[in-house]
Design a protein around this ligand. Sequence first.
Ligand SMILES: NC(=O)c1ccc[n+]([C@@H]2O[C@H](COP(=O)([O-])OP(=O)(O)OC[C@H]3O[C@@H](n4cnc5c(N)ncnc54)[C@H](OP(=O)(O)O)[C@@H]3O)[C@@H](O)[C@H]2O)c1
Length: 307
Amino acid sequence: MDRNRRASRRTWLKAATLAAAGVMTRAFAADAPLETRRIPKSGEAIPVVGLGTWQVFDVAGNATGLAEARDALARFVALGGRVVDSSPMYGSSEAVLGDLAASLGVQDRLWVATKVWTTGREAGIRQMEDSMAKLRVARLDLMQVHNLVGADRHLATLADWKKAGRVRYVGVTHYHAGAYADVERYVAKGDLDFLQINYSLAEREAAKRLLPLAAETRTAVLVNRPFAEGALFSRVKGRPLPPWAAEIGCTSWAQLFLKWILGDPAVTCAIPGTRNARHVEDNLGAGRGPMPDATMRKRIEAHLDGL
Ligand SMILES: NC(=O)c1ccc[n+]([C@@H]2O[C@H](COP(=O)([O-])OP(=O)(O)OC[C@H]3O[C@@H](n4cnc5c(N)ncnc54)[C@H](OP(=O)(O)O)[C@@H]3O)[C@@H](O)[C@H]2O)c1
């Protein structure tokens, strides 16, 4: 357990003691620190819950959508969130994220990840420069090759960019199990900083080989589709949260789904997508308090499978 996790556990123990004494009605106040985990290759700590922008931040020209996205981003940062993920494939999302971060004055608080999604060296360079302009950053925290498109060429460019300080970390992404064999070949080389992959109670395959391989190669893991694009909520619609979810501080299904993911020690950060500020707050709640151990994770799986 590193220093951050020890501190988080101390905070939790204190909160649990206060709760038991009836001093607090909610065990994990929104101002309790978010758990952070270290990026294995650097030791830098980032919060365990981030924010995805696919579809939800593609709202340029939509006044209501923009206002919602602004509220969501403001709440995210106010509650300690930092990691945001986008892609040139997500329509206007990069530009909306960059514009909102600038107008809220929160650019320095964000840890910004995006992707390259094209073929050819020159096209890749043009696209990555365009993304940086839209996101309004001089240096990206993380650049990922989206769905392995043109991976060898882009990773060669990104090795140079990393040396030049234009990106801090480099990774690859995918979103379905059919591609895991190809993804594994890249992770196995051991030189990636990050893998972004789908992993949830509805899509558990990554736990078989990919997550252990990431741990072995000291590759940080961002988890996309943590709710299987929302499908998990349909499975529990109208069902009460099991009372034992409170043992790990969960007050919602979203938190139980996210904590199940975060209970896997190979995972660095989950990036649920939303522009709903209440959902942002709910999701960040999963980054506080105790995480499920292996027994509790199995209990969660069995419960969901039994519904
Ligand atoms: N690299 C890739 O191939 C890839 C693929 C897919 C996604 N991604 C990244 O991963 C991120 C997350 O994946 P995703 O957006 O596809 O799916 P997701 O996070 O699994 O699910 C998003 C859905 O969950 C709902 N939701 C979020 N928080 C909620 C809460 N607390 N309570 C109830 N509903 C909640 C959202 O609805 P509301 O909008 O109503 O909150 C939305 O419908 C993306 O945004 C993107 O950044 C990457």
